[in-house]
Design a protein around this ligand. Structure first.
Ligand code: MG
Length: 335
């Protein structure tokens, strides 16, 4: 595990975006029971607070269908059976082993990938990660057959309707993070996902729950071995700068404690239907208010203050000019 941490740290140092000068907000999302629903459908905790208004059995059936579909994508397209014992915290973690060879004719079925986990096998895993990354950027419509696409579309719509729009509202909010105008045209928003699930199924989930247009493959972190706090500190190292604000959003104790340790604002998701910290319900305004409390005034407020200061400065300037103009008179009086 120490090796994973050292290697990932070096890789992130190489990835680090050049010193961020534009105002940037990094939203650090948990996945399950935050952006998507899965476990709570399977164990009935999603339906429970509705006091019988939600059909718990239906939720369980929906959850099972998701599990099957996630596994199908993992096994058939993401080499999961072969690589599940070699979890890495993110897809680029092995990039130093990738020699960039053309993989279009590479035979993944016959390259002898497996034990021991030495440099040669790390290279073969890095090839698989690159192939997964390419498939992720293409999207599932390019790789799934028509029958599976129909099954997937129906399941997404069924889940969204069962949950009163949890999935589509979460997606809308992530989209809004990119379209913020109150922070000025030069501002940057970055959505990062940190999940305690293993990496490959988490990427499959991002695609299946249609989050791939708002979260890129290299922004998905698996905290499975290293814990959320370690992932959060990598994220801070990768994006940190004087103009960068972070906000973590999740339903678990681990991300809550990690956010506290990082001194980031944290929004605790809550499945209860009356809570504002769920989907639908959570809005950009609420998220921004958490950021404002943690970091002080929002950029929009700073602009207002600047505007007010500049008006005040103009007044002072005007008063000085008036004083200047009256000075000769005063001199006349004095002389
Ligand atoms: Mg969660």
């Amino acid at each position: 595990m120490g090796e994973i941490m050292d290697r990932t740290k070096v890789m992130l140092r190489d990835l680090k975006i050049s010193e961020v000068t534009k105002p940037t907000t990094v939203y650090v999302w948990d996945m399950d029971e935050t952006l998507i629903l899965l476990k709570s459908l399977l164990d009935g905790t999603y339906a429970a607070p509705f006091s019988g208004l939600k059909d718990k059995k239906r939720g369980i059936e929906i959850g099972k269908q998701w599990e099957n579909l996630i596994l199908k994508v993992c096994d058939e397209y993401f080499f999961y059976e072969e690589i599940e014992d070699y979890n890495e915290p993110l897809l680029d973690a092995l990039s130093e082993y990738d020699d960039g060879r053309d993989l279009s004719k590479y035979n993944f079925n016959n390259d002898g990938f497996g034990f021991p986990y030495d440099d040669l096998n790390k290279r073969k895993l890095a090839y698989r990660h690159r192939s997964i990354k390419e498939k992720y950027s293409q999207g599932l419509h390019k790789i799934l057959d028509q029958q599976t696409i129909k099954l997937w579309t129906d399941l997404y719509n069924l889940t969204d309707s069962y949950s009163d729009g949890w999935l589509s509202s979460a997606h809308d909010l992530l989209k809004q993070t990119f379209g913020r105008t109150d922070k000025g045209p030069g501002s940057i928003s970055i959505n990062v996902l940190v999940t305690s699930g293993s990496l490959i199924p988490s990427l499959a989930k991002c695609l299946l729950y249609r989050l791939d247009d708002v979260i890129s493959a290299d922004h998905v972190y698996s905290s499975w071995e290293v814990g959320k706090l370690r992932c959060f500190s990598w994220i801070k190292e990768r994006y940190g700068g004087p103009n960068v604000k972070f906000c973590a959003i999740g339903d678990g104790k681990e991300e809550c404690e990690a956010a506290q340790a990082m001194r980031w604002p944290f929004i605790k998701m809550d499945l209860r239907p009356t809570s504002p910290y769920r989907f639908p319900g959570l809005t950009m305004k609420v998220v921004q208010s958490f950021i404002d409390v943690a970091y002080g005034s929002s950029d929009a407020e700073v602009e207002e203050i600047k505007e007010a200061c500049s008006t005040e400065a103009k007044l002072v300037h005007l008063t000085l000019n008036q004083l200047d103009a009256s000075l000769p008179n005063m001199r006349t009086l004095i002389s």
